[in-house]
Design a protein around this ligand. Sequence first.
Ligand SMILES: [Zn+2]
Ligand SMILES: [Zn+2]
Length: 442
Amino acid sequence: MQCYINRAAAGHAKTSVMESTVVSTSTLAPDEFDRNVPRICGVCGDKATGFHFNAMTCEGCKGFFRRSMKRKAAFTCPFNGSCTITKDNRRHCQACRLKRCVDIGMMKEFILTDEEVQRKKDLIQRRKDEEAQREAEKEARRPRLSDEQSQVIATLVEAHHKTYDDSYSDFCRFRPPVREGPVTRSASRAASLHSLSDASSDSFSHSPESVDTKMNFNNLLMMYHEQGNSPDSSEEEGSSFSMLPHLADLVSYSIQKVIGFAKMIPGFRELTAEDQIALLKSSAIEVIMLRSNQSFNLEDMSWSCGGPDFKYQISDVTKAGHTLELLEPLVKFQVGLKKLNLQEEEHVLLMAICLLSPDRPGVQDHARIEALQDSLSETLQAYIQLRHPGGQLLYAKMIQKLADLRSLNEEHSKQYRSLSFQPEHSMQLTPLVLEVFGSEVS
Ligand SMILES: [Zn+2]
Ligand SMILES: [Zn+2]
C-alpha cells in the first residue's frame, strides 16, 4: 500500500510540498537528491531507495519499520541489545533493527493509517479522474469532422467539379454575345471604366486594396446612374437587348449545371420530385449568383469566363434587360462574397445550404429538408472552426450572404417577369429558363 502511494505520488510531477512530504515521507523531493551520493540504508547498509518515514533506508527496512509500528510490536534482543545490523543479518534481531530505525530518525508519525492511505489514494484517483475529465471536455470542445461530414464535403466538392467547368469551353456554343449595337456608348463606357480603375489604383496606391475596390465600384455605379440605363432608355436609343440571347443561353446552361449539382447533394434525390422541383425553381438563380463568384474579378468588377468575348461587364447584363436595381446589389454581393475568400469546401457547402432551404415556396416535406440543411450547416461550422484560421465570424457572414441572395432573387424575379411579359424578349429565352423562372406569356 505504502509503495503504491509513494510511486503514485512520485509519478505526479506537480505534487504539492505537503503531499511529497507526507505521502512519500521524504524530507527532500526526489529531484533534490544528489545523484552522486551513494544511497545507503541507514539501518542495514543495503542499497537505499529513498527517504522513508524521515530516513534514508532500503525497501526492506522501510517495510519492517511500518509493520513493527502497526503491530505495536515489542521486541526483545536475544543478545546484549547492541547488535550491528547488516544487510545479511538484519532479520536476526528485530529489537536492535527497530532501535536502529529510531536512532537514525525514522518516525511512526510519518506512517499513514489505513484510513489516511485510503484517503490519499482516493485523492490521487480523484485528481486523475478530474484530469481525465478535463482532457475529455477539451477533446469534446475541439471541433472535428465526422467521417460522414468529411464524406459529404468530398461529395460536394466532386459534384461541383463535375458541374463547373472553369475553362468555360462550352460558352462558345451559346448564341454569340452581341455588344456592338446601334449604341456604341457601351464600348466607350467600358474603355473609360478601365482608365478609371487604372487611375484610381495609381492615385490611391498607398491605400489598402479595399479602398481602391470601393472607389472603382462607386465610380462605376455613378457612371451608370448618370448615363441612365433603364431598358426603356436603351430601347429609345434603338438598342434591343443584344446580349439577351447569349446570356439566356448562359443562364440556361447554368441552370442545367445547378440541377446536376443538386442531384449529387446527399439526400436531395431522396426527396419527392415535387420538392426537388420546388427547391430548384426558387434557388436556381441564387445558386447561379453564388457559383458565378468563382469567375468574378474584383479588379474590374467583371465576370471573366475565358476570352474577351466571355468577359461580362455590368453593361453586358443591362443589354440583357436587367437594370441597376438588380445589378448594383448584385455586384456589391459579388464583391462581399469574393472578399470572404472562401475555400472551395466552404463555397460548395454554401451552395448546397442555399439549395436545401426549407422555407422555399411550394415545399412539402419541410422537416426533412430542414434536417438536411441543418446537417450541412453543422458541417460548414465544423469545417470553418477546424480548417479556416481566423474564421470566427465567417459562418455568420456566409449566412448573411444567403439573406442577401433572397432579396437579389426577389429583384431578379421582378425584372424577369417584366421582361418575359414581352413576347419579343421571352422568345429569346430557352425552354428550361421559362420552365424554371416561369413563363408569363400564355
Ligand atoms: Zn536496511
Ligand atoms: Zn540485538
